[in-house]
Design a protein around this ligand. Structure first.
Ligand SMILES: [Zn+2]
Length: 297
C-alpha cells in the first residue's frame, strides 16, 4: 500500500513494504504482561492486533519526502534477495522498485536516503544485487547515516560479519561507493529534516523532525514498534540495545509530542501507520491519522 499526505508544502508518502500479524508480544517485549492486551483490546482492533492469532501487526515502511527538488527516503526497508534470519524478511521478491517509481521516487530520482538507525530492516534497499555483488540502488543519492550507529554496527560487523549480514550487504557497499555522509545530533539534512539524537533502541538512533509551514511532524524511527508502547512506555523490544536509555528516550519523546498536534511517523505501525499522541488518564493514548490525498497509483 502507498499513502500520501501534505505537511505544509511538503509531500509525505508512506510505502508499505509488507505488513501483517507477525509478532508474538511475549517474544517481542521481554517484559510483556498479558494484562496489557486486556486493557487495550478495545482500540487495538485488527489494525494492530489479531486476537485469534494472538499476534501484533507490524509493518515495514519506507517513508518518502518530496520537498522542493529533493526526493528523500527515510529508511530503506528490508530489500530484495537479502539472506535474513527471520523467515518474513528472508529473500524477499517484492515490487518495491515499481512502487517507489509510482510514488515519484524511482531509483534514479531519489536524492537522499536518510537512515534513522542501522538495523537490517532499515537499510535493505540501500543496495540491489548485481550478479554476485551488492551495488547502491540509488546512484544519484547521498546516503545519510547516524555516525554513532555506524561506529557501533561497524564494530559488530568486524567482530562477526555473519551474525547480521545486513551491514555487509547493505551498508558497506554505499560506503565503498563514496555515497555516505554521517549525521550528528542537530544536523539539518536535505534542507528540511532536523536530526535529533534518540538513543536506546540502538546507540545512535536519530529522529528526524520535518520542517514545514504550518505543522510539525517527526519520523520517530523505532522509539515505538507498536502503539502499545505509547500506552505502556516501559515496554522495550528485545532488540533495544540500551534498554534503560530506550525507556528514557521514549518517555521524553511522549512528553514532548503529547497534545501538540505533531504527526508521529514510525516505521512499524499497522494501518494507518502514523498518528498523534494525546494525554489520557495520567498516561498517553494513540490517535491514528488518515492520509489526506486521493491516491492515483
Ligand atoms: Zn525496525
Amino acid at each position: 500500500m502507498i499513502y500520501t499526505r501534505m505537511i505544509g508544502d511538503i509531500r509525505v508518502t508512506n510505502l508499505i513494504e509488507y505488513v501483517g500479524p507477525t509478532h508474538d508480544p511475549a517474544v517481542t517485549f521481554p517484559d510483556f504482561d498479558p494484562s496489557v492486551i486486556e486493557r487495550n483490546r478495545d482500540w487495538l482492533t485488527n489494525a494492530h492486533w489479531y486476537e485469534n492469532l494472538q499476534r501484533m501487526v507490524i509493518a515495514i515502511q519506507i517513508w518518502i519526502v518530496h520537498a522542493g527538488d529533493k526526493v528523500i527516503l527515510i529508511d530503506a526497508g528490508v530489500g530484495n534477495q537479502k539472506r535474513r534470519g527471520a523467515a518474513r524478511m528472508n529473500m524477499l521478491n517484492s515490487l518495491v522498485p515499481q512502487w517507489l517509481a509510482a510514488a515519484d521516487a524511482s531509483f534514479d530520482q531519489v536524492t537522499h536516503v536518510v537512515m534513522t538507525h542501522l538495523h537490517g530492516d532499515h537499510v535493505g534497499w540501500n543496495t540491489v544485487r548485481d550478479g554476485a555483488r551488492w551495488v547502491p540502488a540509488f546512484p544519484n543519492a547521498r546516503y545519510l547515516i547516524p555516525r554513532t550507529d555506524f561506529q557501533y554496527f561497524q564494530d559488530l560487523h568486524e567482530k562477526n560479519p555473519e551474525a547480521d549480514p545486513s551491514f555487509g550487504d547493505s551498508v558497506v557497499p554505499v560506503i565503498e561507493a563514496g555515497l555516505v555522509d554521517f549525521v550528528d545530533d542537530g544536523d539539518v539534512v536535505a534542507d528540511c529534516l532536523r536530526a535529533v539524537f534518540a538513543p536506546g533502541h540502538t546507540p545512535g538512533q536519530m529522529n528526524y523532525w520535518l520542517g514545514s509551514d504550518r505543522e510539525a511532524a517527526v519520523f520517530s524511527a523505532d522509539i515505538f514498534h507498536h502503539p502499545l508502547q505509547i500506552t505502556d512506555p516501559h515496554l522495550n523490544t528485545g532488540f533495544c540495545v540500551l534498554p534503560d536509555v530506550a525507556r528514557q528516550t521514549r518517555r521524553a519523546f511522549l512528553e514532548r509530542v503529547a497534545d501538540t498536534g505533531t504527526l508521529i511517523m514510525p516505521c512499524h505501525f499497522g494501518p494507518p501507520h502514523c498518528g498523534f499522541v494525546r494525554r489520557k488518564d495520567g498516561g498517553f493514548a494513540f490517535v491514528p491519522s488518515e492520509p489526506d490525498l486521493p491516491q492515483r497509483y
